[in-house]
Design a protein around this ligand. Sequence first.
Ligand code: AP5
Length: 256
Amino acid sequence: MNGHPTRDGWFSAGQVPCDPVPPPREHPYRVVLLGPPGVGKGTQAMLLGQTLRACHLSTGDLFRAASCGSELSPSMRAAIAATQRGELVCEELVIDLVRERAGCLRCHGGFLLDGFPRNVTQAQALDELLAELNVTLDAVLYFELPQEEIVARLAGRRTCSRCPAVYHLAARPPATAGVCDGCGGELTQRADDRPDVIRVRMQAYDESTRPLIDFYRRDGRLVSVAATGTPEQIRDRAMRLLDRRVGASQAVAQSV
Ligand code: AP5
């Protein structure tokens, strides 16, 4: 995948190594991407991942990958059913899934965590896990966009049925309608992008995830990014803010 890390370790809970294994970095970026459904977190994780050579760790992708499998545990079946209704998956399961992937959080290449944490309990669990691993979270990028633009992004999203590619009918159309540019796979609409399910997802965001804005703002980890413009413009904006933030925290670390 263009020389940037595969996500084998993430999908296999460390049973399969990534190829290539990311080389040690002087300062790997470790970042959470926060924002409402459809704001563009996955798109930014992919673009930032190419720039930073850091891995895109998405809990939503774990559930979508599992839904294609055949031998599912009862708790994973319940989790997939929750995603299809647009509800949050039970937090014990999500936290266990991330714990099993602690190796990805310690990875020398850094990480871009997308879709986790999604409530304060998950955020506290992440802080505890990172402290155990002796790893510092550099920043939480919070992507902001007016609601009507979010709805337009979700309505036009199409995803490849074979690879992780994500398109938008207007903003990122494939060269041939309905066909993935990269692998030729069929493009489909995500099951949870139906209007009735979008409503449930937005409500879950407002009730459970939005409080994380204050949670991370209080201790200075929140970095707000306007999610308007093209994906590349947003990526460049996020990179500038991130570099400033990481540079500042390194300066503090060196002075103590
Ligand atoms: P998840 O996959 O995390 O979904 P989400 O948070 O709802 O986010 P999306 O993937 O819908 O949107 P996105 O912000 O990544 O936008 P994208 O880049 O695709 O989770 C799915 C489900 O799993 C949850 O509902 C829940 O059930 C469960 N789950 C996951 N994690 C959980 C957790 N921690 N706890 C409990 N449950 C959990 O972009 C959207 C569209 O816009 C695309 O078409 C894209 O091409 C387009 N686009 C992107 N940027 C731009 C731009 N700048 N201009 C125009 N179009 C753009």
